[in-house]
Every structure is written in structure tokens, then in C-alpha cells.
Design a protein around this ligand. Structure first.
Ligand SMILES: [Zn+2]
Length: 1006
């Protein structure tokens, strides 16, 4: 529909919609204002003015009720919610909410914690005066429903509580900072819920406690408002993109609901569970005009209760129906969002027996009113979207607020109408979580007391505590029976030899002090989901997974986690653990201190903490008395026993005192000076690396590629340059070139009077556009040649290969390969490399279609790989194993093709080596540290399709260049706080930066 024709339609619809109500079922409360309550005429007029067409509004929000005592959002905004040009800072939103609290007993504001940069987060409760007066009694009732053990799983007791309780519906806004509409919508919603006397809104107020966190990502909100103000001051310029949201991550702040690394995730979960809320409804803005993506598409997360799936469908379908009846176009609930990963903020509810919900409405990324042109797939009429959005429409922030508020009000109303059902479901989901051991199982997960990676185990357990999962510790040793693994039926059933023997049940012993995560607890669901394995079938009709397909924490952390179905485990004597007490410290007598290396990240923290101590790494395994030590074992001198004891107790590291220094080859473990490079294209992926280093208290100089390129002598200042991933779409050219500077205006990321919050605790520049530049490339090359170490991963590795920093390595992509955020198997190839210290032969790693590396021994050549057809004999005389011969001449021997594995560089032949300066000398060839597992062993958890494309290829490479090294990762070793198993591959590179050639085979060192 063209622009002109819908202008005419507006006038027509305006008159019909505004006067005619929607047909109602018997006994239904009309969604309309109370004619007896006066409206705020001026405010209402502005609502209508800023709404670009009447069908982009509803009878619930096209007016504002007047109040003599309660201020409208106008007192803070100086205009109405959703007005063009107006975006409030979090502080202004809070100011308004606190004015509401002062003006009416129907509003209560609480502080729920702070962000990484120290800004406050709040929650606003809106309900009837009576409900807010009785909050505590109500909370206690809800707490009993949340933990049915407190009422002995007694359904009739639950029914009584259900009848008396007021449910809590928790709404969270603007976790994604460029999605700017929610704060004003939620200010106005709070006003309406407190003031409106229409029966429709009164039902909600009397029946439900609406809890609102208007700004989830507070640090990012303030930066976004800064940028918008910059834009208003420079209306003709491009304005800088929001490169930093929170201190660490951008969009991924909505992927933290598993590892709980960010304050915002912790604060929202603590609030959600502290109030015993039933719903967590998170507001986003990326789809026209309202996509209730709660229902979305399959596959659904396999650990949610089917009761929840029904609730999604019920609320979602009703939501679409209500808004469709108002005549609002573009409202739907099915779409391409699959509900597989539990990483989203809303999933905190799904994993804790509540209801997760999410809206995508349509935001303008600011408060400008703009003409919006959609893509064909956005406006297509489909079976699930019979009333799609317009291909083109004038769109305002007010429209967006209308949709958000209308969606929320109808949701709240429907929720209230059915609250007994939802409260009973809340209880039932808790009860079924407690009954997990006897229903679907397992009975428990056990983490053994003798796991060699105790400090990493502790980190995993701390995440469980943040998730409010109950942990116990056994007070005696115990044994459990493990289930019989069914052998897969072999195709050759007739072959007697191939018949599988029936496997006997096995058992496993656990020592005293082992951790038991019982599944007979209300939050067993989240523990089960995080510790279990995932399988995403390559045949799944969903061909574009929305996010990661796997997250199995035992694998990603590299700690032992046993899924126990044997119910006997629940009778083991055990006690609750509410916090993890310090452990570790020095044992034994002697003056030389040894810490065995199990690739625990805490080792790196210790190295930095004991700056004055001298620490050496053993280059070979050794034995001392009873104790066996592995490669990379720390041998520590020059520190007092008491200092070492204190430091290792806080880090959870076990130290053994030895009587004498063992006779083993060692090299010093030194603290490198680290330059940490980021781009101005994206800081999303690198943010997780920064977070990990900060948590480990490893210092670094954080700088952009622009700043790096300006340092005249990198080697004089730094030993290692870390260049973490940029993002999945960045290509090498973008890293060098940045954003075009031949047109447009500079994009400053600076604190100015207009933008006081922009820089925060990150970085600044007068122009975000320039990239590393060719000067910077040359600087990097010199840095490495002069002995520096450059560490790259995924797309920065691709960059390093393409611009020629890593000779003898090629990097390819495969159209067929599909590894979507999965856990894959890798194998240690060179255990003597310091990068591999502490690792066993099999290493599980996170991979997201990483680059496919190959190594060569001739520069510029592709790896020679003889296919199987060349290894079989050609047609000719004799039997299959006989040599062929040529008539009329002596027989000749076929030279043996040197057997080389796929991850190895083939030896050049005599002919290839003759007078060939492009043959890479052995000592300059890439050293493969880890390779991807064979095709059949590649998939550990998640989705791997056509894995043979990457199977056996190098996963981590150490490439010598001049006197330095480029260390390349195809896997992403540091990701979302979930991959502690592979952190030490990075940390080992740091700590052994000047000894990376240790353990290189003699042949290679020539
Ligand atoms: Zn979003």
C-alpha cells in the first residue's frame, strides 16, 4: 500500500476505531477507559499527535487518565512518553518512578543492585494499596508454592495458597541499549497501572503485582542516550554506532543466563526469585511491529516442562488475538526464533519454574520519527502472520510505546483472569522439578572430590550457587550403579563374531567430600539443563539455529560431571553447601614448592600475584617421592611458605613442598607485558576475553588497532599482543581498513558535555573509522619478527593468515560444514609445547564454524593430499597386492608416499626441494598443538554436520616467524564465561611467551 492511499485510510479508521468497541465474550471486562474518570487532555492530544496512524494504537493507550495527585511522565520528560526527540537517562526514569512512589501508595521502588560501572538498577512494584501493604505475607505464600517441599507436596495445601496469593509479573526493559523504547513505555505503564480507574486496569491492579525493571543495561542506556543527544546536536552527520554497551559485552548481555557472569543477570535473577515471580517478560525491539517470540519455532529447549510450553502458547495466542481485535497490524507469535538455548535473560524464568516471555517490537534506535521500509520477508503475509506489517510506514517511538504498552496490558489482564491456573502451574512445575529423580531422572549429578582441576570445579559450582541451585557434599564415600550403555545394532547381525555382548552394569565409586547436585529440588531443572548433553539433529527442520546448539558445562569447564540415575545416590549421607570454602595451600615439608599443572586458570593468577617469586615450568613429567608431576608443573622459589599458602588458598591450588629441586629440564615462567587489541568495528566477542582476564586479575593495556598502529616500537613496550575475535562477519580487509573515511564525518567516541557517559571504563578515539591500516600491519609483522608473540582466534586468525603473518598456514571456509556453537573434540598433537601444559590427550572445545587451517612445508602451495584412489593399485597384472609391470623393461619400485596425517605438513620430495627457496625450513614450520578429532569423534554436544570438512585439521597452531610466534586458534577458547577448559591454552601462551619453542622436536629445531 502506497503512502498516499494509507493517509486517506487513517482518517477513516480513526473515526471508526475510536468510537466502536471490540466485541466481548460474556462477563469479559471491556478494554476501554472509564468514562467517569477525566482524561489528561493535553497529554492525550500529544499521544494522538505522535501516533502516526490510529491503527498503530489501541483503546488502552490512546488516552491518559488524569490524576490530581500523581504526576505523569511529563514532569520528567517535559513531553509525553514516546515523544520525538526524547530519550531519558536511567537516572531520569528512576527519578520519575520515585516521584510515583511518593505520590501514591500503589507504587514501591526498590534498589536491586549495581552494574559493573557502579550504576544503580531498580525494580518498581505497582499494585493495589492493599497488595503492597501485604507484600511480605504474600511473598511467604508464594515462597511455599515456589518450594513445594515446604508443604510436603500437598496439592490441597497448594490450592489454598493459590486461592489466597497475588501473582507477580516481572517486566524488564532495554537490556539491548540501541533498543530504546521500553523505558518511556514502562514509565507510562506504571502511571496507568497506578491511576487508571477503568475496570480493565483495575482488574490488573487488584489482581497482580506488576514488577518493572525499566532499564536492565544501565551502563549501555546512558551511553545510548549520550549518542542520541550527539545526534540531535549534529542532525546532518552520521552518529557513532554504540560500540560499547555494558562494560564488557554488547548484545551478548542477553546470552548470560547460563554462566551468570554479568551483574545485570545476577541482579535480575535475584529479584525474580526474591519476589517469587511467575513471569519474566523481557522487552526487545528488532521486528515490526510486535513479535511475541515466546512461541517462536522449534526445536524447543528439551529441559523445560511441557506445562510451560502450553503456557507460552496460551498467552502468545491470546496476545495476538487481543491486538488483532484492536485492529493493530503486524502482531504475531510464530517466527524464526527457536527456543533451544537457555542463555537468554527471559530463560531465567523458564529454568526456574516460571514463564519466560519476550517481545520484539519495532524501534527506531532513538526517538526520531522515520519512514521505515521493510524487507519482503518482514512484510510477507504468512500462515502465522495473516495481518503483516506494512511494506512502508512512517514510524514513531510513540507507535512503539503504544505496541509495548498494549501488549503488556492485555498480557497482564489475561494473566490476571487466569491467575489461579498460572499459580497452580507454578506450583506444579516446582513439584515436578522435585519429582525429577523418580520421573524422568536423573537422580543427581556428582562432581568427585578428587577432580584434579579443583579450582575449576569450584568455579562451576559457584555458577550453580548463583543459579540458586542447592549443592550438597557427601560425608562418606559411596558407590552408584551406572546405567548399561546400549550397543548400537551392527548392520551385520548374521555375523556371529559381530554380535555385541550384553554389557554388564558398571558402578562408580566417589570419595568422601564429593559434590552432589540432587535433582529432588525446586531448581533441579536449571542444573540438569546446564550439565546435560545436547544433540541437534542435522535433519532438524530448523536449519538456522538462533544461537549456540550446545553448552554442556562439564565439557566446557573440563571437569568431571557424572549423571547418576541410580536413586541410591539420594540416600548418601551429605550436608548442604551454601558457599565454597577456601581450599588448597601448601602440604608436606621442604623448601621447594611444586604445583602440578592441570591447566587451571588460577595458575596464571598466581604467577601475577607472586610477582617477586621465581617460578619455573618443568618441561618433562617427573616424580618426587610419592608424587607424580606432569609437564608444566610450577616449581616455585623465593617466596615464604606462609605467603604461598595464603595465595594458593584463595585460588584453590594445591602446593606440594619438596625437599630438593627435582632434576628436570625447566624454563622460567615470566609475566609478559600484554597489549590487548580491539577494533572499533565490534567489541562484542573480545568483551568476554576482557571479562575473563579481569576475573583472573591479569593486567593488560587495552587499546584499539588504531592506537596499536601508532606505537613506534611495539617490542620495546610489549611481549605479547592479544587480538581476540572481532565478530563472526569481520573479514581481514575490514580489520585493516575499518569504516570508510573517504566520505562522511568523523565518528568520535569521546566524553564531551553532550556525551558525558560515553567512554566509561573502556576506550576512546576522535574517530572510530580508521582500522589497523597497512602501517599497523607492518608494525605487527615487525613485532613478531623481532621476537613478539601475537595470539589470534577465529576471525583474527583468519586475518593473520590472509595478510601473511603466519607462513605455511592456509585458512579455508567450507560451504558444507555446519558447526553452530557446538562442543567438539580436539586432540593433543604436541604435548611438549608449553601451550599444551596441563592438558590431557582429549580436549573439549567450543567451536562455531572455525576457520579450517592446513599446514604446508612449501610456501604458497596447498597441502598435498593423496586421495585414497592413488594409494590403491591401478588395473594391471597379478593379484590385488602384486606389483604391476611394464612390458619390455626392468621392474621399477614405486617410491613410498610418506605417510603424513591431515594435520601435518607433508615432507617435500627431492624434486620439490631442488633449488626451491620457498621450502620452509623445519624450524620455521607451523607447530600443531591441537587438532580437531576424527570425524566420528568430533561431535561432543550440539550440531555437527559435514564435520569431515574440518576433522583432523589443526585447531591450535604455533607458527614461528622470525624470532617470534603467531599463535592461531580455530576454536574460540574464551567465550561467554562458559569455556574455562580452554582458557589455559591462552594463559599458557602468555606465561611461556619467551619459551614457546620448548619441547620442539630436535628434527624441527635444525
Ligand atoms: Zn534485543
Amino acid at each position: 500500500m502506497g503512502h498516499k492511499s494509507w493517509v486517506g485510510l487513517i482518517l477513516l479508521l480513526f473515526t471508526t476505531l475510536a468510537t466502536s468497541g471490540v466485541a466481548l465474550a460474556d462477563g469479559e471486562t471491556p478494554p476501554a477507559r472509564d468514562p467517569k474518570q477525566p482524561i489528561d487532555e493535553a497529554y492525550t492530544a500529544k499521544i494522538r499527535k505522535y501516533t502516526t496512524a490510529p491503527y498503530f494504537s489501541s483503546p488502552l493507550v490512546d488516552y491518559l487518565p488524569a490524576s490530581k495527585s500523581v504526576p505523569t511522565p511529563e514532569v520528567v520528560l517535559r513531553d509525553v512518553a514516546g515523544a520525538p526527540g526524547i530519550l531519558p537517562y536511567a537516572e531520569d526514569v528512576y527519578k520519575y518512578m520515585r516521584l510515583l512512589e511518593k505520590a501514591t501508595p500503589r507504587v514501591k521502588v526498590v534498589s536491586i543492585g549495581t552494574t559493573e560501572e557502579g550504576r544503580e538498577m531498580i525494580a518498581v512494584a505497582v499494585s493495589s494499596e492493599g497488595n503492597l501493604k501485604n507484600l511480605e505475607q504474600n511473598r511467604q505464600r508464594l515462597a511455599k508454592l515456589a518450594d513445594p517441599r515446604t508443604i510436603h507436596l500437598d496439592d490441597s495445601e497448594a490450592d489454598k495458597l493459590v486461592a489466597e496469593s497475588v501473582p507477580v509479573y516481572y517486566i524488564t526493559g532495554t537490556i539491548h541499549s540501541p533498543e530504546t523504547g521500553a523505558p518511556t513505555a514502562l514509565m507510562e505503564l506504571a502511571y496507568r497501572l497506578a491511576v487508571d480507574e477503568s475496570p480493565y486496569v483495575r482488574d490488573i491492579r487488584d489482581g497482580v503485582i506488576t514488577l518493572i525493571t525499566p532499564v536492565v543495561e544501565v551502563d549501555g542506556r546512558d551511553r545510548m542516550v549520550d549518542l542520541y543527544k550527539w545526534h540531535l546536536a549534529h542532525p546532518k552527520d552520521f552518529y557513532p554506532p554504540l560500540i560499547y554497551w555494558g562494560k564488557y559485552v554488547a548484545h551478548d548481555n542477553n546470552r548470560d543466563a547460563m554462566a551468570m557472569t554479568l551483574k545485570l543477570t545476577q541482579n535480575v535473577l535475584n529479584t525474580y526469585l526474591g519476589w517469587n515471580a511467575q513471569v519474566l517478560h523481557d522487552l526487545h525491539e528488532s521486528v515490526p511491529y510486535l513479535y511475541d517470540n515466546t512461541v517462536g519455532d522449534g526445536p524447543y529447549n528439551a529441559w523445560v516442562d511441557p506445562i510451560l510450553v502450553d503456557e507460552w502458547q496460551m498467552i502468545g495466542a491470546r496476545n495476538v488475538a487481543d491486538l488483532t481485535r484492536f485492529g493493530m497490524p503486524g502482531v504475531f507469535t510464530h517466527g524464526d526464533f527457536d527456543t533451544w538455548s537457555p542463555g537468554y535473560l527471559m530463560f531465567l524464568a523458564a529454568m526456574h519454574n516460571g514463564i519466560s516471555r519476550l517481545y520484539e517490537t519495532f524501534g527506531n534506535g532513538g526517538a526520531d520519527t522515520r519512514e521505515r521500509t521493510l524487507q519482503p520477508d518482514e512484510y510477507a503475509r504468512t500462515w502465522f502472520r495473516p495481518n503483516p506489517p506494512f511494506p512502508k510506514a512512517l514510524w514513531s517511538q510513540r507507535n512503539n510505546n503504544n505496541y509495548e504498552e498494549t501488549g503488556l496490558l492485555t498480557s497482564l489482564h489475561y494473566f490476571n483472569e487466569n491467575k489461579r491456573l498460572f499459580l497452580k502451574n507454578f506450583y506444579l512445575k516446582g513439584k515436578r522439578s522435585i519429582q525429577k529423580p523418580s520421573a524422568e531422572g536423573p537422580a543427581a549429578y556428582v562432581l568427585p572430590a578428587d577432580d584434579p582441576r579443583a579450582s575449576v570445579q569450584a568455579d562451576l559450582l559457584r555458577i550453580m550457587l548463583k543459579q540458586h541451585v542447592e549443592i550438597s557434599r557427601s560425608t562418606s564415600a559411596f558407590q552408584v550403579t551406572l546405567p548399561v550403555k546400549k550397543e548400537k545394532k551392527s548392520g551385520k547381525a548374521s555375523d556371529a563374531e559381530e554380535k555385541p555382548k550384553p554389557a554388564a552394569p558398571t558402578s562408580r565409586d566417589f570419595p568422601v567430600g564429593s559434590y552432589v547436585i540432587r535433582m529432588d529440588q525446586p531448581y533441579s531443572r536449571v542444573a540438569d539443563a546446564l550439565l546435560d548433553y545436547q544433540y541437534w539433529s542435522p535433519e532438524d527442520s530448523q536449519t538456522t539455529p538462533y544461537d549456540d546448539t550446545a553448552w554442556t558445562f562439564g565439557e566446557l569447564f573440563g571437569v568431571q560431571v557424572t549423571r547418576v540415575t541410580d536413586p541410591k545416590v539420594l540416600t548418601v549421607p551429605m550436608e548442604r553447601v551454601t558457599e565454597l570454602h577456601p581450599f588448597g595451600g601448601v602440604q608436606g615439608e621442604g623448601t621447594v614448592f611444586a604445583i602440578d599443572n592441570h591447566a587451571e586458570p588460577a595458575l596464571a593468577s598466581l604467577r601475577y600475584r607472586l610477582k617477586e617469586a621465581s617460578i619455573d615450568a618443568a618441561e618433562e613429567p617427573f616424580q618426587s617421592g610419592e608424587h607424580k608431576f606432569s609437564r608444566g608443573t610450577f616449581l616455585i622459589h623465593g617466596v615464604s611458605r606462609s605467603d604461598l599458602d595464603a595465595a594458593t588458598k584463595t585460588l584453590g591450588l594445591h602446593v606440594v613442598a619438596l625437599v630438593s629441586t627435582p632434576s628436570v629440564k625447566t624454563h622460567p615462567v615470566r609475566v609478559p607485558r600484554i597489549a590487548y587489541a580491539h577494533t572499533w568495528i565490534s567489541t562484542q566477542s573480545e568483551g568476554w576475553w576482557r571479562l575473563a582476564l579481569d576475573n583472573l586479575q591479569i593486567p593488560y593495556d587495552y587499546m584499539s588497532t588504531q592506537a596499536l598502529a601508532k606505537i613506534s616500537d611495539l617490542n620495546a613496550k610489549y611481549d605479547v599482543i592479544l587480538f581476540p575475535p572481532v565478530n563472526e562477519n569481520s573479514n581481514p580487509n575490514t580489520i585493516v581498513q575499518g569504516t570508510p573515511t573517504t566520505w562522511g564525518n568523523p565518528l568520535p567516541w569521546l566524553n564531551t558535555p553532550e556525551t558525558p557517559n560515553l567512554v566509561g571504563k573502556n576506550d576512546s578515539t576522535s574517530d572510530m573509522r580508521p582500522g589497523l591500516g597497512w602501517d599497523g600491519v607492518a608494525k605487527l609483522q615487525n613485532f613478531v619478527r623481532n621476537g613478539g608473540v601475537l595470539l589470534t582466534a577465529t576471525d583474527t586468525s583468519r586475518f593473520a593468515v590472509v595478510i601473511g603473518l603466519a607462513s605455511g598456514v592456509t585458512s579455508n571456509n567450507s560451504e558444507k560444514l555446519k558447526i553452530v556453537g557446538s562442543i567438539v573434540g580436539t586432540r593433543l598433537v604436541d604435548a611438549a609445547s608449553p601451550i599444551a601444559y596441563g592438558y590431557d590427550e582429549k580436549v573439549s572445545a567450543y567451536c562455531d564454524n572455525g576457520p579450517i587451517f592446513s599446514v604446508t612445508s612449501i610456501l604458497g602451495s596447498r597441502r598435498r593430499h593423496l586421495g585414497p584412489e592413488m594409494k590403491t593399485r591401478p588395473t594391471g597384472r597379478g593379484t590385488k597386492d602384486d606389483p604391476d609391470f611394464v612390458i619390455g623393461r626392468p621392474a621399477s619400485d614405486v617410491p613410498d608416499e610418506p605417510e603424513k596425517e591431515l594435520w601435518e605438513a607433508p615432507q617435500p620430495t627431492d624434486d620439490q626441494s631442488f633449488n626451491n627457496p620457498r621450502v620452509i625450513p623445519p624450524a620455521n614450520r607451523a607447530r600443531v598443538i591441537l587438532r580437531y578429532a576424527d570425524s566420528k569423534d568430533l561431535l561432543i554436544s550440539g550440531l555437527v554436520e559435514n564435520g569431515n570438512e574440518i576433522a583432523q585439521h589443526p585447531a591450535v597452531l604455533d607458527v614461528p616467524s622470525g624470532s617470534g610466534h603467531v599463535v592461531l586458534f580455530s576454536i574460540n577458547p574464551v567465550y561467554r564465561g562458559e569455556t574455562e577448559n580452554t582458557y589455559s591454552l591462552v594463559l599458557n601462551t602468555l606465561l611461556n611467551f619467551d619459551s614457546l619453542n620448548a619441547g620442539r622436536k630436535d628434527a624441527d629445531q635444525k
